[in-house]
Design a protein. Structure first.
Length: 137
C-alpha cells in the first residue's frame, strides 16, 4: 500500500517536471522582433538579411536574449498562399505598418510593449548595439 502511494506521488511529480521543463512550452518572457520585409525586391531588406540576420554573432545574441524573429513578408515575385497573405495584412494593420521596408518592431512578449527600430545599413555589431539599448533589463 505504501509503495502504491509512493509510486503515485512519484508519477505525478514526474509528469509535473516534464510539463514544467518541456522545450515546446510558450516562452514566458523575452522578445519578438517583427520584421516587415520585401524579401525578393527590397535592397535594404536583403542587406539586413545578409549583414545582420544571418550573421552568427546576431544569431547567438538573439538566442541568448530570447529574441524570436517573425518575418512578415511582402514579396513581389514570390507568390504567398492566401492564409499567409491574410495574416500579413492583419499584422500590418495591428502594428500600423506604414509601407517602409524594412520595418522592425521589437515587442516584449510578456507585456506586449513595442519599440520601432531602424536599419540603415549598419554593421551587425552596430545593429546589436541598437537592439541592446532597447532591451529592458
Amino acid at each position: 500500500m505504501a509503495t502504491s502511494r509512493f509510486f503515485s506521488f512519484g508519477l505525478v511529480a514526474l509528469v509535473f517536471l516534464l510539463l514544467a521543463f518541456s522545450p515546446n512550452r510558450e516562452v514566458e518572457s523575452g522578445y519578438r522582433l517583427i520584421l516587415f520585409e520585401g524579401s525578393d525586391w527590397c535592397v535594404n531588406c536583403i542587406r539586413l538579411e545578409k549583414n545582420v540576420l544571418s550573421n552568427t554573432a546576431f544569431i547567438t545574441y538573439a538566442e541568448k536574449h530570447s529574441i524570436h524573429i517573425e518575418r512578415i513578408d511582402f514579396p513581389q515575385r514570390k507568390q504567398l498562399d492566401e492564409a499567409t497573405q491574410q495574416y500579413n495584412a492583419e499584422m500590418a494593420e495591428k502594428y500600423n505598418f506604414q509601407g517602409i521596408f524594412p520595418t522592425l518592431i521589437l515587442e516584449k512578449t510578456d507585456t506586449k510593449e513595442t519599440q520601432t527600430l531602424e536599419y540603415l545599413d549598419q554593421s551587425c555589431s552596430d545593429f546589436i548595439a541598437q537592439l541592446s539599448s532597447n532591451l529592458n533589463p
